[in-house]
Write a new protein. Structure first.
Length: 284
């Protein structure tokens, strides 16, 4: 899984993700249908740009479709698109729809009825947030979907502009506890076990939410807020019992009407991973 955060303010849109990819599978002795975390990698690319447009893609859930990463699918899609300067005008919704249909087609090939590689007609959950600006637009648009449950994109925020604020997707329980003030399952417990009325539950829980003012928030503060939320989730999975499903470096991008710009992006590097190596001398 993953954590993906977007923050929309007057100066632009911030997208941020973690970098951990979890490999799940079965081991000897497990019952059919059961899966375990076999390994985790901390250098997955979950945030990328679409061609040269002021549009970005954040992902969570499945880290790959078949043998392909989501980043490689976005790159393949981008390769056949006209550049922003060559396009005869472009709209964020049209690009988002085309990209989603492309990824969905690859998803169905790997997991759907025409190419089942897992039991049943559906595959692992894959979330996509496609967000950015159309040409000449001054408010960003955000579209989201979770495969295989949803087969089309929906708006992540109210279509009534400006609709400033933050959204988060994936493993969000730590953010909900912090920002909303309660665990996600508390509402259902109060409804089913304590027999509270829904209106009463919502009224009480609504008092716990931290107020955050997004109207007038500077872009740098929006960046800091997104990184803060990602860090809360990474810390939760670092210290709470269980597999480290979120972690690694935090990738952050800012999108404005003019450009997609990296604030922080993972870089490839070569480094020894074993201990006790000094100046070419190996020890064991």
């Amino acid at each position: 899984m993953s954590i993906c955060v977007s923050v929309k303010v007057g100066e632009g849109l911030v997208l941020a993700t973690d970098s951990t990819s979890t490999i799940q599978g079965t081991v000897a002795g497990q019952q059919p249908g059961q899966a375990s975390v076999l390994n985790t990698y901390d250098h997955a690319t979950k945030l990328c740009q679409v061609k040269d447009y002021p549009i970005g893609v954040g992902t969570w859930g499945a880290g790959s479709v078949g043998a392909r990463t989501i980043a490689s699918l976005v790159a393949e899609f981008s390769n056949v698109q006209p550049g922003a300067k060559e396009a005869d005008g472009y709209k964020a919704k049209e690009i988002a729809d085309r990209l989603f249909e492309f990824v969905k087609g690859k998803y169905l090939e790997a997991f759907g009825p025409d190419g089942i590689k897992v039991p049943g007609p559906s595959g692992p959950p894959l979330g996509l947030l496609i967000a950015g600006y159309g040409e000449g637009e001054f408010f960003p648009e955000q579209y989201v979907a979770l495969l295989p449950i949803e087969d089309r994109l929906k708006e992540a925020r109210s279509p009534q502009q400006p609709a400033f604020g933050a959204n988060w997707y994936g493993l969000t329980d730590a953010i909900l506890r912090l920002h909303k003030g309660y665990a996600p399952e508390l509402r259902q417990i109060l409804l089913e076990e304590k027999h509270w009325a829904a209106q009463e539950v919502d009224e009480v829980l609504g008092r716990l939410e931290y107020p955050v003012v997004f109207d007038g928030m500077p872009l740098q503060d929006a960046i800091d807020f997104a990184v803060y939320l990602i860090g809360v989730v990474i810390g939760r999975f670092r210290f709470v019992v269980g597999a480290p499903l979120c972690g690694g470096q935090i990738d952050v991008a800012v999108i404005t009407p003019a450009q997609f710009k990296w604030v922080q992006e993972k870089k490839w590097r070569a480094r020894p991973l074993w201990h006790g190596t000094t100046g070419g001398e190996e020890q064991c």
